[in-house]
Design a protein around this ligand. Structure first.
Ligand code: STR
Length: 410
């Protein structure tokens, strides 16, 4: 499909995510810029921290799919299973420059440190509720799935409170995104799910337009005339991005933190004894198991020389954040170890960098910093019910998603 790659041998990204550590290692060994194959579609990916920072502020790389050579030529179509990761409607996720700032402003305001402090009691209440349910399900030493009963419902409830999305709709949303992200979902079904979600969200936008509340969705709709007002299409795009990103990534953060800690009792002890704090554990988890494994995609609007090679105009560029988190130049020769005391832990790029840096970073940290200590305080004897090596990833190529997490609470 493409000419030969100038950077490295081509590494095929495994759709089944059978061995993520192995894949990350191969990517890092192949160099700072690596040619990859994403279900038959070629791209280059960045595995190096310094190069990622450089390219993430390079205005020659844009998010508009119309700048993609393989899209222009009709080579990539809606039949490609990953198309929904890129062609997600006009929003802060897909637009650059001045327009991008206009699309982001209400969201960054709603997720400012001050507003997040106001949200903290809500996150604490939702966490406590789920811990009660978990305790009931796991009474008497029964094995329970920590994903289904705790990590999975929490972020959607938080996002629901923030945006004003009714709880009765959460099961439909969770099921839709589960199928949206899974590579095993037939493509016609995935496209139908995307269309149904649009219908659902447009209905919600119209209801909220008629009767605004004090939620972020109402703020996106009501934004002042004179510069920052959003079209319905833009409100829709932002709403989709907020629900999808707010739900999908934080589930992964919570479960990956629990996995790292229950399989390393000495690390958990450091947190319990107060020698390390939970904020460090959250940052180290983001570095070590970035929820976004491969972030799709940016496109070169002109040739961009990198070292001896060139990212050609029209080329698609991916950020492999899980590999970037293991950069030994930044994190040292032990970058493949999980260490809550690591001085460089918070120097990860798991939230990206530059103009598109995650606007929800503070919210996701808040959720991690509330949920994790609360979980381990309530269940000090929490342990995996299976060997850690049996914990599998879902077949989701771009995300670091744990499938099931069976535990015993006591
Ligand atoms: C999913 C589909 C959709 O309707 C809207 C979006 C835009 C935001 C994207 C989201 C996507 C997929 C997961 C992303 C998120 C932004 C952050 C999140 C990429 C394409 C990460 O995994 C980092």
């Amino acid at each position: 499909m493409s000419s030969t790659c100038p950077f490295s041998e081509t590494i095929s990204i495994d759709p089944m995510v059978g061995d993520l550590p192995g894949e990350t290692e191969r990517l890092r060994a192949a160099g700072p810029l690596v040619c990859i194959d994403l279900l038959g579609v070629p791209a280059v990916t960045v595995t190096d921290h310094a190069l990622a920072r450089q390219l993430l502020v390079d205005t020659r790389l844009v998010k508009d799919i119309n700048s993609w050579g393989l899209w222009q030529s009709g080579t990539v179509t809606y039949e490609w299973p990953l198309i929904g990761m890129i062609d997600a409607g006009r929003s802060m996720f897909t637009v650059d420059g001045t327009e991008h700032r206009r699309l982001r402003i209400k969201t960054t305001q709603a997720l400012s440190p001050r507003r997040l402090e106001q949200l903290r009691p809500t996150v604490e209440r939702l966490t406590a509720e789920l811990l009660d349910d978990l305790a009931a399900a796991g009474a008497g030493g029964a094995t329970v799935d920590l994903k289904q009963l705790f990590a999975y419902p929490l972020p959607i409830r938080v996002v629901g409170e923030l945006l004003g999305v009714d709880r009765v709709d959460h099961p439909m949303l969770l099921d839709s995104y589960k199928k949206f992200f899974s590579v095993l979902t037939p493509q016609d079904e995935r496209l139908a799910i995307i269309a149904d979600l649009d219908t659902y969200y447009l209905d919600l936008i119209r209801k909220r337009t008629a009767l605004p509340g004090d939620d972020l969705l109402s703020a996106l709709i009501l934004a002042e005339e004179g510069g920052e007002r959003l079209t319905e299409e833009e409100v829709l795009g932002n709403l989709k991005a907020l629900v999808a990103a707010g739900h999908e990534t934080t589930v992964s953060l919570i479960l990956n933190a629990v996995r790292a800690l229950v399989s390393r009792p000495e690390q958990l002890r450091l947190l319990r004894d107060g020698q390390a704090d939970w904020k460090q554990a959250v940052e180290e988890t983001l570095r070590y198991e970035s929820p976004s494994t491969h972030l799709l995609m940016r496109f070169a609007t002109e040739d961009i020389p990198v070292g001896d090679a060139v990212i050609e105009r029209g080329q698609g560029v991916v950020m492999s954040y899980r590999a970037i988190g293991r950069d030994t130049t930044v994190h040292g020769v032990d970058a493949d170890e999980f260490d809550v005391e690591r001085p460089s832990a918070n120097r990860h790029l798991a939230f990206g960098y530059g103009p598109h840096v995650c606007p929800g970073a503070g919210l996701s940290r808040l959720e991690g910093n509330v949920a994790l200590p609360a979980l381990f305080e309530r269940f000090p004897d929490l342990r995996l019910a299976v060997p850690a090596t049996e914990i599998r990833n879902l077949p989701v190529m771009t995300q670091n998603d744990i499938a099931e997490f069976p535990v015993q609470l006591s």
